[in-house]
Ligand binder design. Structure first.
Ligand code: BGC
Length: 355
């Protein structure tokens, strides 16, 4: 069925910028809302096996929720677009053409997910659109040369599209006027039960990955690309998330759960998240080669989310499609360099079913 696009004012930033909330929907099948503050995915309603529509992504009911200091200070990135570079960066620096770029630390002395004021905290321009079989919104932002100390001015477009089959896509396009690095992602937290007082430990998870990236004590890749076989990171068959995260394993202890990048075998249907209680299932496809899986280990803060609920540890899981974290300090990893004549492109698709 042809999806419908509606929009409304979600609120105003303290500087007076109007924030729009766009809703892309197909009745009784899917309702996706996104806003131009942080090019953020704010709501996702999908039916359970009895047709009950519930919101299955963390967020806030109002713009004020996203702007509250207590939330922003925790750098949780709920639903946001993350950029310029997703993840942590070793020693908060990288080398490019003989020059060292020192990056500001924003969380526990680490430069994480773009820094002090990453793309998640920017006001983007919005362009809603409609085609013969889809609706969507393109958010545009110009990241100036020197923003968070990164070189080059980057023009970036993030597009959310819902097609007639109910498939949701996030696509990225970017270009730079100078050689730089880029590795954006989306940081939506899913809990397919629709009940944010529950954890996602009972969800089943599958990822088509033979290999993953072990982390050091600072949650940075050691550089090794290890086999998942015999480790808690073997999700080659759907299994409950609770099983590996309660296993005693040094890699699980580092992050108090999973906060690791999987090396995807191939793009199509490469990860599945399934909630056996509601029957809701998310199947993911991506053009990216890595999937950072984060089991909400550092949630458990005081700020109040949707319906006044606080989000406890492991309330939700992030499935962040991207190149490998800290690639700028690992020449052995696929490059995240963006050259001036290049167009960066990346696409991730989300299909929701119930069984
Ligand atoms: C990262 C975590 C980080 C969290 C912040 C995740 O994507 O992998 O290390 O603490 O985001 O919300």
């Amino acid at each position: 069925m042809q999806p419908v696009l509606t929009s409304k004012t979600f609120g105003f930033t303290p500087k007076g910028d109007e924030i729009h909330l766009f809703t892309l929907s197909i009745p009784d099948q899917i309702e996706v809302s996104v806003m131009n503050y942080g090019a953020t995915w704010t709501h996702l309603l999908v039916p359970d096996r009895n047709g009950k529509m519930e919101d299955v992504v963390l967020g806030f009911d109002t713009l004020e929720g996203y702007l509250q200091k207590d939330y922003q200070d925790h750098y949780c990135y709920i639903g946001s677009t993350v950029g310029r570079v997703a993840g942590r960066i070793t020693d908060n620096r990288f080398h490019l053409d003989g020059k060292i770029y020192e990056l500001p630390s924003n969380l526990n002395d680490i430069h994480l997910h773009g820094g002090m004021e990453g793309w998640d905290k920017k006001v983007w321009k919005s362009e809603p659109f409609e085609t013969h079989n889809s609706v969507g919104v393109t958010f545009y932002y110009q990241s100036q040369d020197g923003e968070e100390n990164y070189p080059g001015t980057i023009d970036v477009w993030v597009t959310y599209t819902l097609d007639e089959t109910g498939r949701m896509e996030i696509s990225y396009k970017a270009s730079s006027d100078e050689k730089t690095i880029l590795n954006p992602t989306n940081h939506t937290y899913f809990n397919l039960s629709g009940d944010f007082s529950k954890t996602i430990e009972g969800h089943g998870f599958f990822v088509d990955a033979e290999k993953y990236l072990p982390m050091n004590q600072n949650s940075l890749p050691t550089g090794e690309i290890a086999n998942v076989g015999g480790t808690p990171f073997d999700f080659r068959n759907l299994k409950p998330i609770s099983e590996p995260i309660h296993r005693e394993h040094p890699q699980i202890e580092i992050a108090g759960g999973i906060d690791h990048c999987f090396v995807l075998n191939q793009p199509e249907d490469c990860a599945v998240l399934y909630d056996p209680e509601s029957g809701r299932k998310l199947t993911l496809s991506t053009t990216e080669l890595g999937l950072q899986v984060y089991t909400g280990n550092y949630l458990g803060n005081d700020f109040k989310g949707k319906n006044g609920l606080t989000y406890g540890k492991r309330t939700a899981i992030c499935l962040e499609t991207q190149h490998f974290p800290d690639s700028c300090n690992h020449p052995e990893f696929p490059s995240i360099l963006l050259m001036p004549e290049e167009i960066f492109q990346s696409r991730t698709q989300f299909v929701f079913t119930a069984e």
